[in-house]
Write a protein that binds this ligand. Structure first.
Ligand code: PEP
Length: 252
């Protein structure tokens, strides 16, 4: 059975003064839900603080991006080894906000995923279609294209060291989640795609759903057979909401 992972993407939120209260609440709540895995994905400057506050807790942590380069003249970039220095387990790659704002294409996302895996980090690889692509009947073609780039670059065996996140772009930060049927259809198709290459890797792959997940809709999503947790944006900034999603995952 695949363990459910509830990962909070803080995006560009948080403050040195305000983070400890949220981290403390999340760590104590996570300790009461031992069947669920938790992680927070925080802005780079807070990694040292998060490492100090969460070490030894039931909540892992990570970053929201990672360079595809190992070291060198890459101003502004942060390598996988640097993230490991701060105890990170995860790095998000290919979030739609980075694809859209920073021009990250499928090849770059795949290179980042590879750099993360090679260093010993677990990339959380985001895929998802825009509203226009969904309305144009392109959903599966788009997410398969995004997945295939990573699958080809890593090879199926290394996919076992990744987490996949299906995040329909139209559901991120909009309050409009995918319906359970829409989410399950895409998750099952993604799993089948990986299983076609290696059924053990496909069967074991954690596939998270992301896009306006909150306590009120978490249970119906977490109950679906191919949903193995959630990548949570807005609701990860309030401990009660984040832990409420965790409780739903524990019940599912
Ligand atoms: C996200 O940013 O990955 C996300 C899913 O955001 P939200 O939960 O706010 O839709």
């Amino acid at each position: 059975m695949r363990t459910k992972l509830i990962a909070g993407n803080w995006k560009m939120h948080g403050s040195l003064a305000g983070n400890p209260a949220l981290l403390q609440s999340v760590a104590s709540g996570a300790a009461t839900l031992p069947t669920v895995s938790f992680a927070v994905l925080v802005p780079f400057p807070y990694l040292a603080q998060v490492q100090a506050r969460l070490s030894g807790s039931a909540c892992a942590w990570g970053a929201q991006d990672v360079s595809d380069e190992v070291r060198g003249a890459f101003t502004g970039e942060v390598s996988a080894a640097m993230l490991l220095d701060f105890g990170c387990r995860y790095a998000v790659v290919g979030h739609s906000e980075r694809r859209a704002r920073h021009g990250e294409d499928d090849a770059r996302v795949a290179a980042k995923a590879l750099a993360a895996v090679e260093a010993g980090l677990t990339p959380i690889v985001c895929v998802g279609e825009t509203l226009a692509e969904r309305e144009g009947g392109q959903t599966l073609a788009v997410v398969f294209r995004q997945l295939d780039a990573v699958l080809e670059r890593l090879g199926v065996r290394r996919m076992a060291g990744t987490v996949l996140a299906y995040e329909p772009v139209w559901a991120i930060g909009t309050g409009r989640s995918a319906t359970p049927d829409q989410a399950q259809e895409v998750h099952a198709a993604l799993r089948q795609r990986v299983s076609n290459a290696d059924w053990v890797v496909g069967g074991g792959l954690q596939i998270l759903y992301g896009g306006s997940v909150k306590p009120a809709n978490a249970l119906e999503l977490m109950r679906l057979p191919d949903i193995d947790g959630a990548l949570v944006g807005g609701a990860s900034l309030a401990a009660d909401d984040f832990l409420g999603i965790g409780r739903a995952a524990a019940l599912a």
